[in-house]
Design a protein around this ligand. Structure first.
Ligand SMILES: [Zn+2]
Length: 477
């Protein structure tokens, strides 16, 4: 189904970023009716280390990687709902999950950083080709494959690449496009029917002549990503002059800060609106929009902490999909999405800062929505912790200097200790609730990671403060 904004008719896709908190297959299967109801026609599946790589590549598969049987089941279900699965495999930048291994470390562009692959070493292409072959043969009914290629932070810095650029009088942009073209041609040799997509950011600084001479328009389709409300990259006249088809990518989660546990809905709504304006402005300029992808990032990169869990972002996804399907954000679309999530008639999902728990009747159509409420509780508690740590009372009366000198006000410390004990009790309850809810969707290691990152880190700090307060109170009279 289609996005009805402006004069465009664009297929809607949802991105599953499985490099962080990959849900159990049973949960992903439960999501399909919701996606189908909102006319989602495809999933962009970024496996990273969760694909069951085989043979020489088996080292790339994490302990929690999906099994072949699990994925077959899921892909079969997607087909039942007419939802295409487009796999995403990184082949240039953000390939930390492969280059962090000793076996592949020699393929780094910069030996100290595992982010970027060297496009000039012969073994690099051997690795990428093998990954593509396993992914493409597994997804033999997919209409397209996404080969990443975003944020290649290290490009043309190793001696091999510098030598190649010198010999051929290449710029970094030419080195980039040569690798992308080679990878795309390999994809076509594996399956000629596959369309090849890449993130667009490495092309943003290129002029039309560079883009034309790169021949990328013959091999790939760029996916323009933008997750903000304003400040769109000025690329449309150049891209539309070169590429017959352009894809769009907004975000429904994973763009509110690397430690966020719930999406900032005001920004997510503004992001969809910004895209709608761009699509309308370029309706006559862009020949064809390939698809509109709602990205949902789970970590900012392989080494980052977990940001929003998928169930914690379903209200955001419902709201964004409703906006896209109806062409704009209006009181009507806001009310429709709120009702679907479980808000009572006349009550709306908040698009401002969440300071209190919403009163909702959780719907089964939004699977594991209790995890969303649990994450709101975490966000409110986290804010309370930060407010306490930065409060005048704590900073002004419990400074390291005061403690060292024993110059403390008993009344103030008693008051502060009461606040700390309340926060400890609340975080303990949050951990207990999380232990009950998260295992329905995630395996135990992921549950532990989320609780360590977003609950216990605060709890440990609070216990340390509480112990110190109790210790000094023995000597304060
Ligand atoms: Zn290199």
């Amino acid at each position: 189904m289609q996005y009805a904004g402006g004069t465009a008719t664009i297929p809607i896709l949802v991105h599953l970023d499985l490099k962080g908190a990959p849900p159990k297959i049973s949960y992903l299967r439960q999501l399909l009716p919701l996606l189908s109801y909102h006319s989602v026609s495809g999933l962009l599946v970024e496996y990273e280390d969760t694909f069951p790589y085989q043979g020489d590549l088996s080292i790339l598969a994490a302990k929690h990687a999906y099994t072949v049987d699990d994925l077959r089941l899921f892909i079969g279900d997607c087909a039942h709902f007419n939802i295409a699965v487009i796999p995403l495999v990184q082949t240039f930048g953000h390939i930390e999950f492969a280059l962090k291994h000793e076996a592949f470390a020699h393929l780094r562009e910069n030996e100290n950083y595992p982010n970027s692959l060297c496009p000039s070493k012969p073994d690099s292409f051997t690795l990428i080709s093998a990954m593509i072959e396993q992914i493409a043969s597994f997804h033999n009914t997919s209409p397209a494959i996404h080969i990443g290629c975003d944020e290649v932070f290290q490009l043309g810095v190793c001696s091999d690449c510098k030598g190649r650029m010198g010999d051929r009088v290449w710029s970094k942009a030419q080195l980039f496009s040569a690798h992308v073209n080679r990878v795309a041609v390999h994809v076509k040799s594996v399956n000629p029917l596959l369309r090849v997509l890449i993130w667009d950011d490495m092309l943003r600084a290129c002029d039309v002549v560079t883009l034309e001479s790169s021949r990328l328009k013959e091999t790939i389709e760029p996916m323009v990503w933008f997750y903000g409300a304003q400040g769109f990259p000025d690329i449309w006249s150049r891209y539309s002059a070169v590429f017959p088809t352009i894809w769009c990518a907004s975000a429904f989660k994973g763009a509110s800060g690397p430690t966020a546990t719930i999406p900032d809905l005001s920004l997510r709504v503004a992001n969809q609106q910004a895209w709608q304006a761009v699509i309308e402005d370029n309706a006559t300029r862009v020949t064809s929009w390939g698809g509109f992808v709602l990205t949902g990032w789970s970590r900012y990169d392989h080494f980052g902490v977990l940001c929003e869990l998928l169930p914690s972002a379903l209200p955001s996804l419902v709201l964004c999909l409703t906006i896209l399907n109806h062409g704009k954000f209006t009181p009507e679309t806001h009310a429709l999405a709120s009702k679907e999530v479980g808000y009572p008639e006349g009550s709306l999902i908040s698009v401002g800062e969440l300071k209190v728990m919403p009163s909702v009747d959780l719907h089964r159509s939004v699977p594991a929505a209790a995890i969303w409420l649990n994450s709101i509780r975490q966000a409110i508690l986290c804010n309370a912790f930060k407010k306490f740590i930065g409060s005048d009372l704590f900073c002004g009366w419990f400074h390291q200097r005061n403690i060292a000198e024993g110059r403390l006000s008993r009344g103030v410390v008693d008051q502060l200790l009461g606040q700390v004990e309340q926060l400890i009790e609340d975080f303990d309850k949050l951990i207990f609730e999380s232990q009950c809810l998260l295992p329905d969707v995630f395996d135990s290691a992921i549950c532990e990671e989320w609780m360590d990152t977003h609950c216990r880190t605060y709890l440990h700090k609070l216990r340390k403060i509480s112990n110190k307060m109790e210790q000094v109170l023995q000597f304060v009279r």
